[in-house]
Design a protein around this ligand. Structure first.
Ligand SMILES: Cc1cc2nc3c(=O)[nH]c(=O)nc-3n(C[C@H](O)[C@H](O)[C@H](O)COP(=O)(O)O)c2cc1C
Length: 181
């Protein structure tokens, strides 16, 4: 049985939820699959030998990724190059289908440019707008981003843009990459 570890960075919990859905979809294909927050991974370490493959995902915050995401890639560059087979980026601009293409998504292009680990396989997943859970300043800033991109600006809006069936399909795609090894 092959084994896959999903590493993730999530600020508000949605990327963690996507990781869990992905984990279940990979596990449904007769693989052992677990998930781990990179904060825990950085503190406690990872037994890389335990895993045949690793998938890494992070949410976009203000046009980029949290600095711990880049630090993690820098510190684990070799292990990620050896084991990590895919990277997924979660952002709300990706609610527009064309923004789920690498050539149209500047956040993923930014990751490719700045990360010490350059993933060969990438996936862009639409995230969640959750104004009530965000602080005043974040809420205003994101409403501004949404206004500029014709998105929702109602401060009470909670909209999950994630295509969960597509996340399941991504899980199957990950398993197909394992078979290529
Ligand atoms: C402070 C903050 C800044 C964000 N900035 C962006 C952004 O620049 N572009 C974008 O597409 N989405 C942006 N988002 C949306 C998040 O990527 C989206 O809500 C994602 O689902 C959050 O995942 P999480 O719950 O795992 O943190 C931002 C969200 C927050 C809270």
């Amino acid at each position: 049985m092959k084994s896959v570890l999903i590493l993730y960075f999530s600020r508000g919990g949605h990327t963690a939820r996507i990781s869990r859905h992905l984990m279940r979809s990979i596990a449904a294909e007769q693989c052992r699959c677990e998930m781990m927050d990179i904060k825990e991974a950085s503190k406690e370490g990872i037994d890389w030998d335990e895993w045949d493959a690793v998938v890494f995902g992070a949410c976009v915050l203000y046009g980029t990724y949290d600095k711990t995401v880049f630090e993690f890639c820098e510190q684990n560059k070799q292990q990620l190059s050896d084991k990590a087979i895919s990277f997924f980026s979660v952002n709300v601009v990706a609610r527009k289908p064309e923004k789920r293409q690498l050539e149209n998504n500047k956040y993923l292009q930014k990751f490719m440019a700045l990360s010490a680990w350059k993933p060969k396989d990438v996936k862009i997943i639409a995230g969640k707008v959750d104004y009530p859970s965000w602080g005043w300043l974040d809420k205003q800033m994101i409403r501004l981003i949404m206004k500029m991109t014709d998105g929702p600006t109602d401060p009470k809006a909670v909209i999950d843009y994630t295509d969960w069936d597509d996340v399941s399909a991504y899980g199957k795609h990950i398993v197909s990459l394992l078979d290529e090894d």
